[in-house]
Design a protein around this ligand. Structure first.
Ligand code: B12
Ligand code: SF4
Ligand code: SF4
Length: 298
């Protein structure tokens, strides 16, 4: 994530992004946070990435909103962002009163929790500000810190280099073997620090919202042996149209190999891992993960 170090001035002042910006309109879209687990021998996909790509779903709606606003205020600029611009989205959302940042660094809306994706419209229009949400939705709770499988969370900060979300989605290299066990069967993202959060326990309001999630659900999990043997064509067929396309083929195969090392041993798994181990043409990140999984399984 070297790009995080770029554009610091844009990240800290939206006026560098949209000259003359006076206001930020913040939106949050809730996705399905229903409790679930993967079937045996499957790898899990984080909930936010299971449906249609939220960048597209939310951007389309925000662009429509920008067009409507521009009709009324043609002299003003309206720029839509969803996760793509260098903007501190959670800070803005908290300042806009949408919710408060918890110890796991997620923005939590007090009555519906943190299964939310954030977006903004940055504008030169001067809009009266809403009241910022209060700090600290957590009190003495430490559930997310205790449950994080790689000990990535210290209050209000996530060490991305340990976070399973980073390791499975962003890290394009060999994963340090000391982190493999903590990755469990997650093959794209991780939801543990949200699953355990008291703000995310199902209520009648959230169960209703789950049914109405705008992006829908495609794959919540995938068979690990299939992913281990994927070609580029298989990858596209399985996840096209979702934000899970961010991880490249070798990363998916690496993640599946690591997850196989964390599932109960079976002759089929062992055979598949050994076959890859003996194939000298495998990319290092896959080869390394396969060897570590065979080692972990004795
Ligand atoms: C880089 C990034 C990551 C990285 C690093 C995460 C991180 N903690 O920084 C990785 C790959 C690990 C990641 C993982 C995930 N991400 Co992400 N990610 C981003 C991205 C692109 C930038 C975040 C950023 O700027 N981080 C840098 C630090 C400085 O910012 P920050 O963590 O937001 O820190 C602020 C607060 O923590 C607060 N703060 C810090 N200390 C304190 C102390 C107190 C007392 C208080 C009150 C506040 C506070 O101030 C900080 C500075 O503004 C944003 C999109 C965006 N443009 O904002 C999405 C975003 C944060 N991610 C999102 C999601 C959904 C996830 C995952 C849940 C995906 C998944 N299921 O696998 C995980 C969650 C992991 C976690 N617990 O954070 C959503 C979060 C929605 C929400 N409800 O909050 C965002 C906003 C994308 C979006 N448009 O919806 N992500
Ligand atoms: S997403 Fe997973 S690994 Fe990352 S901080 Fe949350 S629980 Fe820890
Ligand atoms: S699990 Fe507890 S400490 Fe973590 S974000 Fe939720 S309320 Fe805060």
């Amino acid at each position: 994530m070297a790009w995080m170090a770029d554009n610091v001035e844009l990240r800290t002042d939206v006026r560098a992004l949209v000259p003359g910006a006076k206001s930020v309109i913040c939106v949050a879209d809730r996705y399905d946070g229903s409790p679930d687990d993967a079937p045996a021998n499957h790898g899990r996909i984080a909930r936010y990435a299971r449906g249609r790509d939220y960048h597209k779903v939310m951007k389309k709606r925000l662009h429509a909103m920008c067009d409507t606003l521009a009709e009324q205020w043609p002299e003003h600029t309206f720029r839509a962002c969803v996760d793509t611009a260098p903007v501190l989205e959670r800070d803005w959302a908290q300042l806009a009163g949408l919710g408060s940042v918890g110890k796991n660094t997620m923005l939590i809306e007090p009555s519906i929790g943190s299964w939310l994706l954030l977006g903004e419209i940055i504008t030169t229009l001067d809009i009266e500000a809403s009241t910022a949400a209060p700090d600290d939705p957590c009190g003495t709770c430490t559930r997310c810190i205790d449950a994080c499988p790689t000990q990535a969370i210290s209050p209000w900060a996530v060490d991305a280099t340990r976070c399973v979300s980073y390791l499975t989605i962003e890290h394009r290299d060999v994963v340090a073997p000391s982190l493999h066990e903590g990755m469990g069967t997650w093959i794209f993202g991780c939801d543990v620090c949200q699953e355990v959060c008291p703000h995310n326990q199902p209520t009648s309001r959230t169960v209703q919202a789950d049914r109405e999630s705008s992006a829908g659900t495609r794959s919540a999990s995938l068979p690990l042996l299939d992913v281990l043997h994927w070609t580029e064509k298989d990858r596209v067929a399985a996840i096209a149209g979702t934000s899970a396309t961010r991880a490249k083929l070798d990363m998916w195969r690496r993640n599946a190999a690591i997850a196989l090392g964390n599932t109960p041993q079976s002759p089929a798994h062992r055979k598949a891992l050994l076959a890859i181990d003996q194939d000298s043409a495998q990319p290092p990140m896959v080869d390394d993960a396969v060897r570590a999984s065979l080692h972990r399984q004795g």
